[in-house]
Design a protein around this ligand. Structure first.
Ligand code: NAG
Ligand code: NAG
Ligand code: NAG
Ligand code: NAG
Ligand code: NAG
Ligand code: NAG
Ligand code: NAG
Ligand code: NAG
Ligand code: NAG
Ligand code: NAG
Length: 339
């Protein structure tokens, strides 16, 4: 292989993790849809089955909107509450109902990912938030944010983003996220949401060369269609048939940082001049907490998760990988990207 070809492959590797199209669907506050604008590649029953029987699942507890607890009313069910956030990632094989397939259409690989919360208070999420009916503004990290390995490896067993992103970056994200209002909703989007532009996040999001947006949409808790109960899926992202190496997408999704940012308005009776207090949260989790090898294969100064994940999936030690195998890996990833 000539040097110039290798450079092109390495360039492709750089942007590889950003090169996928959106999956057939992603949705907030609903499990896999029965009917879908496009056609689902597999039945929604099958998706739900695998979401409930995932290949990897991790959960951790957090104290929801602890920043606001002191200002809540005496009968608050939120104060001192503990919620559990769970991330499931499943990979499964099924015949694909569609044409965009890489191999025999009777055995395609798919990846699906879900988030759910559970809480111990009675009732739906609105009741678990002291009867809040205003906006619940929530977003997750764009699936193809490709964070450095050192940042990703720093995630611990709990939901704190601080070990990975640093306190300054966490504070910057929280402080620059607009407080929702009853009249205007979330007011998210635009330049507010680009974490990689925040100087405090230079050591994490700033190192992903392709990250250009991070914010999603907001939802109203007063909206019946957005209502969830404890344990319900509140976010799902289901892939199309996985092109190229069958496990690549699964390993990436399972190993990357999952991040949730949310804000809401909590009812209170203790404030003289306001009927609500703003609550905010930033949570991080990895479904698969295995430490990834921090090896900058393409020598561009930073090892990104997309760069190393397949390698660690296929081999137990980095030391055993020689350059021939590395070239094979690059070619494989390029095949995935171009395929
Ligand atoms: C996630 O996986 C667990 C099993 O590990 C399952 O009990 C739960 O229902 C799944 N969550 C969703 C939203 O499917
Ligand atoms: C995930 O589990 C399914 C069985 O439900 C299995 O067929 C598949 O190979 C597993 N995928 C990975 C990447 O381990
Ligand atoms: C397969 O796709 C067609 C449309 O392309 C749709 O009518 C049909 O219901 C789909 N079947 C399944 C099992 O999803
Ligand atoms: C959903 O998954 C697809 C790959 O199947 C990916 O391209 C997309 O970025 C993901 N979306 C989000 C918001 O994570
Ligand atoms: C990761 O490395 C970058 C520099 O490459 C550094 O700025 C950042 O602080 C490191 N983060 C962690 C959690 O080690
Ligand atoms: C309720 O949510 C659904 C789905 O997100 C949306 O289509 C609808 O416009 C919302 N209704 C109101 C009154 O906000
Ligand atoms: C949440 O539960 C409460 C009490 O059962 C109910 O009054 C309210 O309508 C529910 N919210 C929605 C949007 O379903
Ligand atoms: C309510 O008053 C306090 C001081 O008494 C002030 O700090 C706070 O910003 C006020 N809140 C609103 C929503 O005006
Ligand atoms: C977790 O990730 C490691 C490294 O990528 C991989 O070897 C292992 O098989 C993964 N475990 C699961 C359950 O996906
Ligand atoms: C995908 O890549 C891994 C790691 O290199 C390898 O172990 C596995 O056999 C490959 N699978 C396929 C179907 O090519």
């Amino acid at each position: 292989m000539e040097i110039s070809t290798l450079s092109i492959l390495l360039l492709a590797l750089d942007s590889g993790v950003h090169a996928f199209d959106e999956g057939p669907f992603q949705g907030w506050f609903e499990p896999a849809p029965e009917t879908y604008a496009g056609s689902l590649p597999v039945t929604s029953d099958l998706i739900v089955y695998h979401d409930q029987n995932p290949n990897v699942s991790r959960s951790a507890t957090f104290k929801p909107f602890e920043n606001a607890w002191a200002e809540l009313g005496p009968d608050s069910v939120l104060r001192n509450a503990e919620w559990t956030w769970r991330v499931n990632v499943s990979q499964f094989y099924a015949p694909c109902n569609g044409s965009d397939v890489a191999g025999p259409s009777d055995r395609q690989a798919f990846v699906s990912q879900t988030y759910d919360f559970s809480w111990s208070a009675e009732g739906n999420i609105s009741e678990a938030l002291d009867g809040a009916t205003g906006p619940l503004c929530i977003t997750q990290l764009n699936g193809w944010a490709d964070l450095p390995v050192n940042v990703t490896n720093a995630i611990t067993e709990d939901t704190s983003c601080v070990p990975a992103l640093g306190q300054a970056c966490v504070d910057a994200i929280l402080n620059r996220t607009p407080t929702p209002s009853l009249e205007e909703g979330c007011k998210w989007g635009g330049s507010n949401g680009v974490f990689s532009n925040m100087p405090e996040c230079r050591g994490s999001f700033g190192l992903d060369p392709a990250l250009s947006e991070t914010f999603g949409v907001g939802f109203s808790l007063g909206n019946m269609t957005n209502q969830i109960n404890s344990g319900d899926t509140f976010w799902v992202n289901m892939s199309g048939p996985v092109l190229g190496n069958e496990t690549w997408l699964y390993e990436t999704v399972a190993n990357q940082i999952q991040l949730l940012l949310f804000r809401t308005l909590l009812p209170t009776s203790t404030q003289p001049n306001a009927s609500t207090v703003p609550g905010m949260e930033l949570l991080c989790l990895r479904a698969n907490n295995t430490k990834l090898p921090n090896v900058d294969f393409n020598k561009d100064g930073v090892a990104l998760v997309g760069e190393v994940v397949l390698l660690s999936a296929g081999t137990s030690t980095v030391a055993g990988v020689d350059s021939l195998m590395y070239l094979g890996l690059v070619a494989l990833i390029v095949a995935v990207v171009l395929g």
